[in-house]
Design a protein around this ligand. Structure first.
Ligand code: ADP
Ligand code: MG
Length: 252
């Protein structure tokens, strides 16, 4: 039965989508069967993996509205071992569309449960908010992986995020665990990055991944080519670091 990992942090621009794409691709490269589910209306995971998000009819939005079966929203084998459920701007309406639905927190979980047996990993890329979509992801997930950008305000919002995880655990998903924290956009030329890592380690009693994702321009370029880093520049520091993260995730 596939392990479901939600990649969440209500701050934007911390590396959620970059991690969703490249962790998924590196797990797939290692022979794991992976489904990545884009649940951000921005659809950056969708376009970053080469899918024209405005031309897809079957997205996670139609799945959540229960208009289609989840298996009909899966784009299969976009790369070897890697499937995706796309998203686009329509998903922004889901919060309102589902306002009257009972147990709406469980919609994603119920849908994913019908396909999780086909995968080793299901990776959920969350939007930059603690909205109903993120709550759905945390309710569906076994664990939450939190990317933290190595910058001055790194810890801002983390208390709120952990509070939300605990609330979901208490009310909706008793088995939910924090998968761990992964540092992103680490710049070895600045003291600041190092300070942020030390500071978070001192303040956070949670699992922290040994792998630290460096700031690497190739990681920023790859999405415009519709490719994960291991296909775009397989020897880059970005590709190597996401392979190491995949190894660590697999060893947990
Ligand atoms: P989020 O999904 O949390 O909003 P993204 O993954 O979209 O964050 O990253 C925000 C921006 O930073 C994007 O332009 C992305 O290409 C860039 N980026 C993310 N991680 C790195 C990295 N390790 N090195 C360089 N650029 C990165
Ligand atoms: Mg994103």
């Amino acid at each position: 039965m596939g392990r479901i990992i939600a990649i969440a942090n209500q701050k934007g621009g911390v590396g959620k989508t970059t991690t969703a794409i490249n962790l998924s691709a590196c797990l797939a490269e290692k022979g794991q069967r992976v489904l990545v589910v884009d649940i951000d209306p921005q659809g950056n995971t969708t376009s970053g993996l080469g899918i024209a998000k405005d031309n897809v009819d079957n997205t996670i939005y139609e799945v959540m509205l229960q208009e289609i079966d989840i298996s009909d929203a899966i784009c299969k084998d976009i790369f070897e071992n890697l499937d995706i459920i796309p998203s686009n701007v329509n998903l922004a309406g889901a919060e309102i569309d589902l306002i009257d639905i009972e147990n709406r927190e469980y919609i994603l979980k119920n849908a994913i449960n019908t396909v999780r047996n086909n995968y080793d990993y299901v990776i959920l890329d969350c939007p930059p908010s603690l909205s109903m979509l993120t709550v759905n992801a945390m309710t569906a997930a076994d664990t939450v992986l939190v990317p933290i950008q190595c910058e001055y305000y790194a810890l801002e919002g983390l208390t709120q995020l952990i509070h939300t995880i605990n609330l979901v655990k208490k009310k909706l998903n008793p088995l939910l665990e924090l998968e761990g924290v992964v540092f992103t956009m680490y710049d070895s030329r600045t003291n600041l990055s190092l300070q942020v890592v030390e500071n978070v380690k001192d303040n956070l009693k949670q699992n922290i991944y040994k792998t630290i994702i460096p700031r690497n321009i190739r990681l920023a370029e790859a999405p415009s080519h519709g490719l994960p880093i291991n296909k775009y520049d397989t020897k880059s520091s970005g590709a190597e670091s996401y392979r190491m993260l995949a190894d660590e995730v697999m060893s947990r």
